[in-house]
Design a protein around this ligand. Structure first.
Ligand SMILES: Cc1cc2nc3c(=O)[nH]c(=O)nc-3n(C[C@H](O)[C@H](O)[C@H](O)COP(=O)(O)OP(=O)(O)OC[C@H]3O[C@@H](n4cnc5c(N)ncnc54)[C@H](O)[C@@H]3O)c2cc1C
Length: 512
């Protein structure tokens, strides 16, 4: 329920993939949400194209993976341009090719289908945290643009209980709300172009004496080229590079002339690295590129942001209902972001260094060949190894506590089920393979739409869970495993709030 004088419970700024994912998650948690997007229509700009294994699992959790059909496997990954097999046990081994525009279309349909309001042509220009609500100033584009005889933008003021900036790396929310954003500017850069009408060999991180060259011809005949001249510093840019700059660099590195092609898209990106020191300031939060800027290498930027959204959505919705775990968003996601930015910085050194990093690359190549080292890096890049601190990491802690619920085939009262599918409604799940009557009694006190008690058995012939019972948060992370009833009660209270005295009692009211 929206408080008097409040237009919406949560205003999400930005309908990129992160804002759309967050909007859907908030709706699943029962929060009212409006998404403000400055663009009148979705962008068709060529951006990220890789979804990693953990993101695919998250999409399956919400019933969205199947809508992607059968996306092509992206083949082996890399670490700093050194081939790295990303496959790990799970339903989505490796990396998957899905154009960002398709991911956004899918998430927009899902979020609005769940009741999120998406307002395009709405540019946020002011934000004031009033303590008990946030006031947002918006410029609304006229339905008919001035070029077609319409008027200019009009101003509007909206009030929300919380605002989340998902407005990308130049985030105005971050700037207006005054989030410190420490880090480093780019020192090196890659030029990138999508070009029609050229015929150059495909190259994967080809190292030449003067620079790095990458080329890949897509199914439509357009070739994406990327190039970096060793020792060339990043240039301060306010615009995309010219086609001539790209062709000159390409010729310098490879000796090939691609100037006869037609550029479809030109872009430069560097190794800038920044992360806000707090993901929340009062009633304003940040997620995705707004919270962290990184070089888009190995397809981690988009995946990291989507996982921010899935961590935040249910917590903010629960906070609005009166349970106070919102600050665990920063506590959990800031370290994950810092680690990803760290691995990207290491990759940038290996990738964009010249002759001086050849020996380091050679040592690294040897290490990646060791199964444990490979699995370690694959876990980090795929997002599968994220493990939140649930109980202080004490001795004897179950190795899966805080990790994501692995995919198992189970048999439930409703028939065969995959564990990921149990999370479709966005509720917590008490997964009970032991039929301990004490668990059912505990779960009943949260069975008001917050936690679903699922009794299950391992599917005959399939690998079953390595536990008798577990509490799964709506984001798929395991908050309690095989502990005492008192520990379960504490975990349920921590993540889902105070119990209701009996089944069917309404959940706590939304807080103002
Ligand atoms: C040119 C480019 C190329 C990229 N290439 C790759 C790649 O090859 N691989 C990779 O992994 N990643 C790549 N990325 C990064 C990847 O696209 C991002 O990590 C991802 O889009 C982050 O999603 P987001 O939702 O946080 O932000 P964004 O996708 O940037 O979405 C932010 C949204 O907020 C809107 N917005 C901004 N300001 C306002 C405002 N004041 N009011 C209202 N709305 C606003 C924007 O219009 C936009 O729709 C690229 C990014 C860019 C910009």
């Amino acid at each position: 329920m929206t408080a008097p004088g409040i237009d919406t419970q949560v205003l999400v700024v930005g309908a990129g993939p992160v804002g759309l994912m967050l909007a859907g998650e908030l709706r699943l948690g029962g929060a009212g949400v409006t998404v403000l997007e400055q663009l009148a229509a979705p962008t068709t700009e060529s951006r990220a194209s890789t979804l990693h294994a953990r993101t695919m699992e998250i999409l399956e959790q919400r019933g969205l993976a199947e809508e992607l059909g059968d996306p092509p496997n992206g083949g082996p990954g890399h670490f700093g341009g050194i081939a790295l097999d990303l496959t790990l046990p799970g339903p989505y081994p490796g990396q998957w090719k899905v154009p960002q525009a398709r991911t956004e279309e899918l998430l927009a349909g899902w979020a609005t289908g769940l009741g999120a309001e998406l307002r395009r042509g709405h540019r946020v220009v002011g934000i004031t945290d009033r303590g008990d609500h946030v006031e947002v100033e918006v410029e609304v584009a006229a339905a008919t643009p001035p070029s077609a005889g319409g008027g200019g933008p009009t101003s509007r003021r909206l009030r929300a209980q919380y605002v989340v900036g998902c407005d990308g790396e130049e985030s105005i929310v971050r700037r207006l709300a005054g989030f410190p954003f420490p880090g480093e500017d780019a020192t090196k850069e890659l030029l990138r172009a999508d070009i029609a009408g050229i015929d150059v060999p495909n190259r994967r991180f080809e190292r030449h004496p003067r620079g790095l060259a990458i080329a890949s011809r897509g199914p439509t005949g357009i070739t994406r080229v990327m190039a970096h001249g060793y020792g060339t510093p990043a240039r301060p840019r306010t615009e995309a590079p010219s086609f001539e700059e790209v062709t000159r660099l390409w010729a310098d590195i490879t000796g090939e002339d691609i100037s006869g092609g037609t550029p479809v898209w030109l872009n430069a990106f560097g190794n800038a690295r920044r992360q806000v020191s707090r993901y929340r300031m009062g009633r304003v939060l940040l997620a995705g590129d707004a919270a962290h800027r990184q070089m888009p290498v190995g397809g981690q930027a988009l995946n990291l942001g989507l996982q921010d959204a899935v961590n935040l959505g249910w917590k903010l919705a629960a906070h609005l209902r009166g349970t106070g775990l919102l600050d665990s968003y920063h506590a959990e996601r800031h370290p994950v972001g810092r680690r990803v930015l760290g691995n990207i910085a290491a990759q940038a050194l290996l990738l964009l260094g010249g002759q001086d990093v050849e020996e380091l690359r050679s040592v690294f190549r040897g290490l990646i060949g060791l199964p444990e080292a490979r699995a370690h890096l694959a876990g980090m890049i795929s997002g599968l190894d994220v493990r939140y601190d649930m109980a202080g990491g004490g001795e004897g802690e179950h190795p899966l506590l805080g990790a994501r619920l692995p995919a198992y085939r189970l048999h439930t009262a409703a028939g065969p089920a995959g564990t990921l599918g149990l999370l479709r409604s966005g509720r917590g799940v008490l997964l009970d393979l032991g039929k301990d009557p004490a668990l059912a009694a505990a779960a009943r006190r949260w069975a008001d739409g917050r936690v679903t008690h699922v009794r299950a058995e391992a599917e005959p012939g399939c690998r079953g869970p390595e536990f008798g019972a577990a509490l799964v948060r709506p984001d798929g992370h395991l908050a309690w495993i095989d502990g005492t009833p008192a520990d379960l009660d504490a975990a349920l209270r921590r993540w889902f709030g105070a119990p209701n005295p009996g089944t069917g009692t309404p959940a706590p009211r939304h807080r103002a």
